[in-house]
Design a protein. Structure first.
Length: 345
């Protein structure tokens, strides 16, 4: 299969390349850049120089459509909504890592992203690629919208509770933390070393663009779920997301029952691992891998459930889940190109 990556000079783009180069069913991977036509990728990423140089190509949609079977967009918001429809109309498959096709209602996208997106026809056509919970739809997808990093950790952590109607519908609070690579490679005042090192910052309070994405999925699972409180923090580490989720149980539960539920819910999932009683995952335990690790607690005093969900934002939160979705779309083994352990320590 011939693949194109648009946005290959970014963090998610180069992470896609890490997996695609060793993927058993990918014969060719072409890289495209809006700013570095003709330049070797190694100018941006010396570490990515393997068997020969990879040269970045100009984004020419006719040429891409004529030579590639599937195109990944690892681009900022507002790019894929303009370009992907040109490929869709020619029958090319698309996997988009940005938020452009995640929200079904354009007005909601415009409110939270403060920009326009694609027309309704493409928003309705797009399949949301939370792999563990949407496989049937993903199998037939032509336009796959890869979930955001925070929504991936949060939704995998909440799914069993919401689907089994175990929690009060208005009680969900998510406290999430991310490493700095979540903000992309572009330097900025908020993310440079002396602003982030030895520091923890809360940001986009009640304004994060992933709030409607999480609510949309929760309400598809259970229409009674109410709006959530979701806070994001920048942590002085390179990769990793921890979402700590709190919700009030509808009736008395037990830790044993909750662990059974999570283990059963994810027993066929290659990439979701549920911890033993009293054990909670740390971001380093999934570093560089496509795993989502989950730990659960139940407080009998307050009747609250706490779920801790960790991922690597660039892998299960972006490029890894995108490859997992590619594998499901193509009917390949779900872990093709992804079957490796986390890097530890
Ligand atoms: N970082 C993360 O953890 C996650 C990121 N995402 C999403 O994935 C997407 C990529 O993120 P990330 O890799 O972090 O971003 P980066 O900023 O690291 O890279 C984005 C790349 O997009 C390319 N680009 C910029 N403007 C344009 C344009 N107008 N047309 C075409 N290409 C353009 C740039 O490459 P060039 O100049 O060479 O064209 C750039 O290298 C974003 O939408 C992000 O929100 C989703 C989940 C997690
Ligand atoms: C640490 C950090 O800044 N993370 C980014 C994640 C952005 C992202 O993934 O954006 P979309 O998925 O919506 O395209 C943020 O919180 O906005």
């Amino acid at each position: 299969m011939n693949i194109a990556v648009i946005g290959a000079t970014g963090y998610s783009g180069v992470e896609l390349l890490r997996f695609l180069r060793h993927h058993p069913y990918i014969s060719r991977c072409s890289l495209y850049s809006s700013s570095q036509e003709g330049v070797p990728l190694s100018h941006s990423f010396p570490h990515a120089r393997e068997e020969g140089e990879l040269i970045l190509q100009k984004i020419d949609m006719e040429q891409i459509a004529a030579t590639c079977d599937l195109v990944f967009f690892a681009t900022p918001p507002g790019v894929s909504s303009g370009l992907a429809p040109l490929l869709i109309e020619k029958g090319i498959k698309v996997i988009d890592l940005s938020g452009d096709f995640r929200l079904k209602d354009r007005t909601v996208y415009e409110k939270w992203y403060k920009r326009q997106t694609a027309s309704d026809i493409y928003l309705q056509q797009a399949v949301y690629g939370l792999t563990e919970w949407n496989k049937e739809e993903i199998r037939g997808a032509q336009l796959l919208s890869n979930p955001g990093c925070y929504p991936t950790a949060t939704l995998l952590g909440l799914a069993p509770l919401v689907k089994h109607r175990l929690i009060e519908e208005d009680s969900i609070i998510v406290d999430a933390k991310s490493g700095v690579s979540g903000a992309g490679r572009q330097a900025s005042l908020n993310t440079h070393f002396s602003e982030t090192n030895e520091n923890v910052k809360i940001y986009k309070v009640n304004e994060h663009q992933h709030i409607p994405e999480i609510e949309q999925m929760l309400q598809m699972w259970d229409e009674h779920v109410q709006l959530i409180t979701f806070s994001t923090h920048l942590i002085p580490m390179t990769r990793g997301i921890m979402a700590t989720i709190y919700a009030k149980a509808k009736e008395d539960l037990s830790l044993e029952m909750l662990l059974d539920l999570y283990k059963t819910s994810y027993e066929d999932s290659k990439f979701v691992r549920v911890r033993k009683p009293g054990q909670f995952p740390a971001t380093k335990e999934v570093y560089g891998s496509n795993y989502c690790d989950i730990g659960i607690a139940y407080d009998e005093r307050t009747g609250r459930v706490t779920v801790v969900s960790v991922i690597d934002n660039l892998v299960k939160g972006a490029a890894g889940q995108a490859i997992q979705n590619l594998n499901v779309m193509m009917g390949w083994d779900e872990d093709s190109g992804l079957a490796f352990a986390p890097i530890y320590p």
